[in-house]
Design a protein. Structure first.
Length: 424
């Protein structure tokens, strides 16, 4: 059994959906579970719908809902030779259920409303993909992932109940393969014990593929993307990138931890636990080799990898009484950062100071600083970039620090992390 995951870019329009069907057809002898994200930028659009609903901006809400439905109706119209009454009715029902929300009381919990609405993007995309596969005489069946992936009630970042999820998949999902070769389901989504939709965090569709692969003991997982595989750097920030042909689970986890965006960080661990290989391949050139992530470690060191984080800010903390930075200070500090939802990208401390690097988000920074300044002297340095180099040497460090002022450097045997700014 194979698990495939197709992201939003791979189903962004009618031609993309047709390409997905072609890729699925390339593996006729294998049972497949296919995880599909919302089409194109639908998740972003649905987030705007949630904001409009929660601020009671009725005009914007109705406009946004109409545009989302029009976008999907256009795809349906271009996919099928004849008018598809079933999908059109389905989309109209979605539209009416959304528009109906504006006249009803909404939950005081923004995250709850977010999950109920934003999860509709994947519901719509998978219905359309299923119908097109059936139109192509591919033995496909739509399944509701909320019936199988059980989570807690932590909306927008739910934690999977692995035992219950495994039970539901064994009992209710596996038998479906007796009558269908391809099961189409949604990424990003789970459900509470009460049946309410939850989401697993942004970009959580990769994680969904990992969950199903683990529970199904899949042969492999393939994530289909618009890149030839995992690259050693983001082309936006780095020229002459190199494809990583093969890396280990451990290396992929390290890269994800430091901020590589090709693979969702939670995806890799369940695959590693059962030694299920993960392929990252191009939906533009599906016959190309891509990248394989497995237990094999011998290729990890061959190509250095670069991870860039831009728009960083370094925050310096000193106790107001100039006492030492001790565990009590750090515990209090980390509690403030956790409550503010701030992720530390780099940190370093001395006897009387603690420095940490975070993304410069003005909406978060102002409130954070007001809390820190109650107990600490706070200094900041803005306009920084953080570069992480895996399997570095001096030449790779020199390459990324040309015309830069180095603010802070941390090195281990395999990893160099450099905080720097442009030389004016």
């Amino acid at each position: 059994m194979l698990v495939f995951k197709f992201g939003g870019a791979s189903v962004k329009d009618a031609s993309a959906v047709k390409n997905v069907a072609q890729i699925i057809s390339m593996f006729p002898t294998k049972k497949k579970l296919v995880v599909v994200s919302a089409m194109g930028k639908t998740t972003n659009a649905l987030e705007e719908v949630v904001d409009a609903l929660c601020t009671n901006n009725q005009e914007s809400f109705r406009y946004l809902v109409e545009e989302i439905i029009k976008y999907h109706l256009k795809i349906v119209d271009q996919l099928f030779l004849e008018r598809h009454e079933g999908l059109i009715a389905f989309l109209e029902d979605i539209k009416e259920s959304l528009l109906d929300k504006i006249s009803k009381p909404i939950s005081e919990k923004y995250d709850y409303e977010y999950d109920q609405i934003v999860s509709l993007g994947e519901i719509i995309s998978t219905k359309i993909v299923e119908e097109y596969l059936l139109d192509r005489t591919i033995s496909a069946k739509w399944i509701d992932t909320k019936q199988f992936i059980r989570t807690d009630n932590n909306y927008r970042n739910a934690t999977v109940d692995w035992n219950k999820t495994q039970e539901l998949i064994n009992t209710n999902l596996l038998p479906l393969f007796k009558s269908s070769d391809v099961l189409i389901t949604q990424g990003f989504i789970g459900s509470t014990p009460e049946g309410f939709a939850t989401t697993l965090g942004r970009e959580g569709s990769d994680y969904t593929a990992g969950i199903y692969a683990f529970c199904l003991n899949a042969e492999s997982v393939t994530i289909w993307k618009d890149v030839p595989g995992m690259l050693n750097a983001d082309p936006k920030w780095f020229d002459r990138t190199i494809k990583l042909n093969q890396i280990s689970f451990q290396e992929a986890i390290e890269l994800a931890y430091y901020g590589a965006t090709v693979i969702h960080p939670k995806t890799i661990k369940p695959l590693q636990n059962k030694n299920i290989p993960l392929y990252v391949k191009s939906f533009v050139d599906p016959s190309a080799s891509g990248t394989i992530i497995s237990s094999v470690t011998e290729f990890d060191h061959l190509v250095p990898s670069f991870i860039f984080k831009m728009n960083q800010i370094k925050v310096g903390i000193t106790p107001k009484d100039f006492s030492f930075i001790v565990e009590e200070n750090l515990s209090h500090l980390f509690n403030i950062l956790s409550n503010a939802g701030v992720q530390i990208n780099l940190m370093q401390n001395s006897a009387i100071s603690f420095d940490f690097v975070i993304e410069n988000k003005p909406s978060v920074i102002k409130d954070l600083f007001s809390q820190l300044e109650n107990d600490f002297i706070v200094s900041i340095e803005e306009g920084l970039e953080l570069v992480t180099i895996r399997h570095y040497d001096q030449a790779t460090i020199d390459r990324v620090t040309i015309d830069k002022q180095i603010i802070l450097t941390q090195k281990s045997e395999q990893t160099a992390r450099i905080l720097m700014k442009n030389v004016k």
